[in-house]
Design a protein around this ligand. Structure first.
Ligand code: SIN
Length: 322
């Protein structure tokens, strides 16, 4: 690396992109988060003019993502983004909760530099592994002049942090940005943009400080509305005696994953009303993968506009932390 050369820093957190299968010929049987990020980068060419650095922040299957890993990731992002010679970051991550990490980073950091999450649907030693190409594409995006904000890059597509959602359990092209649409694509190392990069907002410095020091995240649960639903589930969730029995913190918020336009089975609705009257915050979203809920005047349960249930849950947790 030459002195003063611009850098792209790759932060490893685990996932299938770092997974290893028992046999390269059958990638269904594998363990996520095995291969160090430095090894994932072996033989990978740096985008022209840039040096590559890597750092192992965590090594987990992203289904197990928790506050401790998010804190470490936030700290390392803040550290590297503040370096004048760092052009951007790439984060290798599991696909399963990538959208939650992307949402958190964009909401809290709203960076003026690109922070590109990438992943894979097949383990690193699969004969047809998709991780190396995704990583190359993510590096190309991170190296793009003017790129900014938190992005996800998978299967040649560039998706915004607020829109990205895993929509397929096995396809290589597993993500969608819904009706918002993709930000662009990467083809043979060339980045083609169709929409604006995510806009930098005022970084939430106070929120970051609270997140880095709070003993825990406020407890917010997701309640799915469905046919033949029963309100007792909600009553049990918000009963402080139940929380105490299981050594859990009390529920501070509930996100309704409602049917269609955010509607809710009448039994659940009555229970959500009881929860709200007891001081629990209730937000409404939809269990539909696509489409936005629009806020309406005088709504009993406010809408988490444009957010999926998992992102609405994070938004509410952050609001309660504030
Ligand atoms: C994970 O999310 O860590 C495992 C699954 C994946 O990366 O596809």
């Amino acid at each position: 690396m030459q002195v003063g050369q611009e850098k792209i820093v790759v932060l490893g957190t685990g996932g299938t992109i770092a997974g290893l299968a028992t046999s390269a010929a059958d990638s269904r049987d594998y363990l996520a988060a095995q291969k160090p990020v430095a090894e994932l980068m072996t033989g990978l060419a740096a985008p022209s003019g840039f040096a590559l650095l890597s750092e192992q922040v965590a090594q987990i299957d992203s289904k197990d993502m928790d506050l401790a890993v998010w804190r470490k990731l936030l700290q390392r992002c803040v550290h590297w983004l503040a370096q004048a010679d760092v052009q951007g970051l790439v984060i290798t991550h599991g696909t399963d909760t990538l959208e939650e990490t992307a949402f958190l980073l964009q909401t809290v950091l709203a960076p003026r530099k690109p922070v590109v999450l990438t992943c894979a649907m097949r383990p690193a030693n699969a004969a047809d592994a998709d991780g190396p190409q995704n990583l190359r594409d993510a590096l190309a995006v991170a190296a793009t002049a003017g790129a900014q904000g938190v992005l996800a890059v998978c299967a040649g597509r560039i998706l915004g942090a607020l829109d990205v959602q895993k929509v397929h359990s096995s396809r290589l092209d597993a993500f969608s940005a819904g009706e918002a649409g993709d930000i662009g694509r990467v083809q043979q190392g060339r980045v083609e943009r169709q929409r604006d990069w995510p806009q930098p907002r005022v970084p939430q410095e106070m929120l970051l400080e609270v997140l880095l020091t709070a003993p825990a995240l406020p407890r917010v649960e997701i309640v799915l509305s469905h046919a033949a639903a029963c309100g007792a589930t909600v009553d049990a969730l918000v009963d402080p005696a139940v929380a105490t029995r299981y050594g859990a913190p009390p529920v501070r918020g509930l996100v309704l994953a409602g049917t269609g336009g955010g509607t809710v089975h009448h039994e659940l609705e009555a229970a959500l009303r009881r929860a709200q009257a007891a001081g629990v915050r209730v937000l409404r979203s939809t269990r539909c993968a696509d489409g936005f809920l629009q806020p309406r005047p005088n709504e009993e349960f406010p809408v988490a506009a444009g957010l999926s249930p998992v992102k609405a849950r994070l938004a509410l947790m952050l609001e309660l932390l504030r």
